[in-house]
Design a protein around this ligand. Structure first.
Ligand SMILES: [Mg+2]
Length: 415
């Protein structure tokens, strides 16, 4: 492992992404405090993004709308528009590529770029060039904070130092330098439990962490990741471990008038079909379907075996079975607040094992073909034109197109 001598990674983190995209797209919001909310009805929901003006009034992400209105009486509430955020994300990635290639897309508002040798000599010029290009081609309202460092961890830490619209360079020759000004809670990958464990070992701040030994962190983490963290923090070029995809899942918080079992069923069914479409698109089959419901009255979760399938009918049948179990186990008048479905035990479709029981392979072939034909039709018209059974999206739309932190939805997820 070599200690690099230059700046290898630029980490670009867009500031208050959903809120600034709304401001860029809707001129009437500009100059006002804006809070993005998940539904068209504000009651009982929370702020999922706030712009700079709203933040200055004390509005934070995750704050209840009621509280946010007390903090900022002029707050303009804007229901989320995930398809707009996905389009903005695509446009930004495309425009950044004009300056330098995008390496990894970490989430809808964070990405990394490898820094080539020319730009390594002028990191401040690179940050300025990216910002200027985005201002000209996308607009001035969507701003980003750029961090540069010898590896991804330090570049990400650097991107957090000056926000919003900042640019921070952590050159390996200057380490630990500005790292020492940070708090332990500013470091990505160190949660409160790990901080507690570190404190018990006498590591209370970044200086202590800097002076620790790789083997000591390995022991405290209990895995080799502790050692990896030490090397990354000290500027070594250590690649992040790739995690293999293990499930296709969709979750949804139901709007207040959708919290009964009948309406929740429509939503669960729709999320299952969406997960199934993604499974097919990526060429996998699943061996298990899981369903989780949470309500004030209690939680229920269960799983159903699947026969290495990826067609809508098999998965919806599995869901129907789970739904019956959930009904039997939850009180009649249950108010389902949150539901989540996931397909897992994945294997590539070409490695599918044919079972001796259940559907015959000819029968299964028929349902797989039908699902593929429906995908083709829906793809052609960019909306859900055909489906097996009713297609009733909950209000607010976008079931399954919800922006996850680590997954950029495909346009197809919004149909
Ligand atoms: Mg961000």
């Amino acid at each position: 492992m070599r200690k690099p001598d230059g700046l290898r990674v630029a980490y670009i983190d867009f500031d208050s992404f959903f809120a600034t995209v709304e401001e860029q797209a809707r001129p009437h919001l500009r100059g006002k405090p804006v809070g993005v909310i998940p539904f068209h009805t504000a009651a009982g929901t929370c702020i999922i993004a706030a712009n700079k003006i709203a933040k200055a009034c004390g509005v934070t992400t995750g704050m209840a709308v009621r509280e946010a209105r007390i903090q900022c009486p002029d707050l303009v509430l804007q229901p989320q528009s995930p398809d707009l955020y996905v389009r903005a994300h695509r446009k930004l990635v495309m425009e950044i590529e004009h300056i330098l290639p995008v390496g990894t897309v970490c989430s809808i508002d964070e990405l990394t770029c490898p820094v080539d040798s020319d730009w390594q000599k002028d990191p401040a010029g690179l940050a300025a060039a990216i910002k200027e290009h985005l201002r000209k081609t996308v607009g001035p309202y969507i701003t980003c904070s750029i961090g540069m460092g010898p590896n991804r961890l330090l570049a990400k830490i650097a991107s957090e130092i000056e926000k919003p619209d900042g640019a921070t360079i952590l050159h390996p020759d200057d380490l630990p330098g500005r790292l020492l000004d940070l708090r332990m809670s500013d470091l990505p990958g160190i949660g409160s439990r790990m901080r507690h464990r570190l404190a018990q070992a006498g590591i209370h701040d970044i200086a202590d962490l800097w002076n620790s030994q790789p083997r000591q962190l390995r022991a405290l983490w209990g895995t080799v990741n502790g050692e990896r963290f030490w090397y990354a923090l000290h500027g070594y070029d250590i690649a992040a471990k790739q995690t293999a995809r293990s499930m296709y899942g969709h979750g949804r918080i139901l709007p207040p008038d959708w919290r009964n079992m009948d309406k929740a069923w429509h939503c669960a069914r729709l999320l299952t079909v969406k997960a199934c479409r993604r499974l097919r698109r990526d060429g996998f089959v699943a061996g298990r379907l899981g369903l989780w419901l949470s309500a004030k009255e209690g939680r229920w979760g269960g799983e159903h075996p699947l026969d290495d399938v990826n067609d809508d009918r098999s998965c919806v049948q599995g869901l129907a079975d789970l739904w019956e179990q959930a009904r039997a186990n939850l009180p009649d008048a249950v108010r389902v607040k949150k539901l989540h479905v996931a397909l897992y035990r994945l294997r590539p479709a070409e490695q599918r094992q044919f079972s001796l029981f259940g559907d015959t392979s000819a029968n299964r072939q028929k349902w797989s073909t039908l699902s593929r034909i429906m995908d083709g039709l829906n793809g052609k018209y960019a909306r859900t034109l055909v489906s097996l059974g009713p297609w009733t999206p909950p209000p607010g739309g976008y079931a399954g197109g919800k922006i996850a932190f680590a997954r950029i939805p495909d346009m197809e997820d919004f149909w």
